[in-house]
Design a protein around this ligand. Structure first.
Ligand SMILES: [Zn+2]
Length: 213
């Protein structure tokens, strides 16, 4: 039952990412830790999310081995499971190739907090480029997230958010894409003016208390 509920949630969020334009085609991937177990449900590799039923989603161990299901798990499974191993409070992970967050990753620039809703997640650091699907990419993402970040970008690739709940990870991916757009357009208009650092620190503390980290 727990597996079924988790599978339903992962598919719901994957389809939402598609609908909101955070991912296109079969790019990007979504996962969630099964409550109380060392098992993760993840989107499969190469199959459009809107053609799947929850039962089809693979279940993997924290070391990326398939424990249930016939479909091949996402090629980025090692990155997801490395994050779950490193961060006990993370229960949901969303990886997208959303446009403006990826622009910042290519520029090797942090995404600054531009407005209050993004403050728990920004500034967003950049993990250095590693090949997709590799253990090196997994290690780079874990290192960039460190202990405090809920989101990082992956250089020349995309964004990953890792939060206490999958809904929160989706929100983080959405807010940071919006924040990256604001930063980009204001930069183009000649003055990128982020939130004052003291305000970010205060808002971040408030928001993180609410997340019970
Ligand atoms: Zn990717």
């Amino acid at each position: 039952m727990k597996y079924q509920e988790t599978r339903g949630k992962v598919l719901e969020v994957a389809v939402k990412c598609l609908q909101r334009g955070l991912i296109h085609g079969t790019a990007g991937n979504v996962s969630m830790r099964v409550p109380g177990e060392d098992v993760v449900i993840i989107t499969p590799s190469g199959i459009p999310y809107d053609t799947l039923t929850p039962e089809q989603l693979p279940a993997v161990s924290l070391h990326a081995e398939v424990v249930d299901g016939n479909l091949k798990p996402s090629s980025e499974t090692p990155m997801h499971t490395a994050i779950y191993r490193a961060r006990a409070h993370v229960n949901g992970v969303v990886h997208t190739h959303s446009m403006f967050a990826t622009v910042f990753s290519i520029l090797e620039k942090e995404i600054p907090a531009m407005m209050p809703p993004s403050s728990p997640y920004a500034p967003v650091p950049v993990a250095p480029f590693e090949l997709p699907g590799s253990e090196e990419l997994a290690a780079a993402a874990v290192k960039a997230l460190g202990k405090d970040h809920l989101v990082c970008t992956l250089q020349n690739h995309g964004l990953i958010s890792a939060c206490p709940t999958l809904d929160r990870a989706f929100t983080a991916a959405e807010y940071i894409e919006e924040c990256a757009q604001l930063a980009y357009w204001t930069m183009m208009a000649g003055k990128m003016n982020p939130l004052p650092q003291t305000a970010v620190a205060e808002l971040r503390e408030r928001a993180l208390k609410g997340l019970a980290l």
